[in-house]
Design a protein around this ligand. Sequence first.
Ligand code: GLP
Length: 247
Amino acid sequence: MRIYKTKDYDEMSRTAANIISAQVILKPESLLGLATGSSPIGVYDQLVEWYKKGDLDFSKVTTVNLDEYKGLPKENKQSYYYFMHEYLFDKVNINVENTYLPDGMNMDSEAEACRYEDLLASLGQVDLQLLGLGHNGHIGFNEPGDVFEKATHCVDLKESTIEANKRFFASADDVPRQAYSMGIGTILKSKKLLVVVSGEGKAEALKNSICGPVTPHVPGSILQFHPDVTIVADEAALSKVPEEYLK
Ligand SMILES: N[C@@H]1[C@@H](O)[C@H](O)[C@@H](COP(=O)(O)O)O[C@@H]1O
C-alpha cells in the first residue's frame, strides 16, 4: 500500500489526477473504474483542465462506475449517471457508449445485479479503479456488515450514509434507501486501486481502513489485502494514522 499525504483537497486531487493521467497516456484504451461523491470532483476537474489543454485523450477509454442509487432516473441531478456526465463525460472526448453504470431504474434488483456483474466480466479487468471512502468506512456502497459482498448487489443504505449524503438532496427523505453497488469482490479484481480521501471527518474511517483489523464492519479495511493500492489523502484525513504507516 502506497500512501501519499497531501497538504489539502486540491493537492490530493492533482496528485490523483496525475496517476490517472499516467494510466491513460501509457494505455490509451484503459478500462477505468470511476467513483462519485465529493471526494473525486477535484480529480475530474483537473482531468478536464488537462484535456482542454490538449494533454489528455479519452477517445479510447472505457469506464465502469462503482454504484448508482436505485430508483433515480438518469435525468435526476442526484443520480450518479447525471454526476458523471456533469463532471466528466460531457467535458472530455470520451465515447459515452463506452461508459457504464448500474441502471438505477431497473427495479428488479437481482436481474440488475446480475446484468451489471456480467457486463463487468465481459469488459475484462479494470486497469485502475478510483475509490472514495465513506464516513463509516464504506467503499462503493458496500456498507459495514457481517460479510464482504462478493458481487454487484442491491444495498440497503445505512442511516449514517443517508445522513452523510442528504447534503446533496432537498431533505433526508429524498435520499433513496437503496443502491446498486459493485461488490467488494468485484472491486478487488481491479489491477490497481486509487483511493482519494479528504477531511477530518474521514480520519477515523481512514485509520481503521489502513491500520485496523480487516473486517466487513470496516469495508475499507479490505484494501489491506489488495496487492496494488495507492491512497492519496490530505493531512486532515491522515491525522489519526501513525507516522510509521506513512514511511
Ligand atoms: N457511494 C458513494 C461512495 O462511492 C463515496 O466514496 C462515498 C463518500 O462520499 P464523499 O466523497 O462525498 O464523502 O459516499 C457515497 O456514498
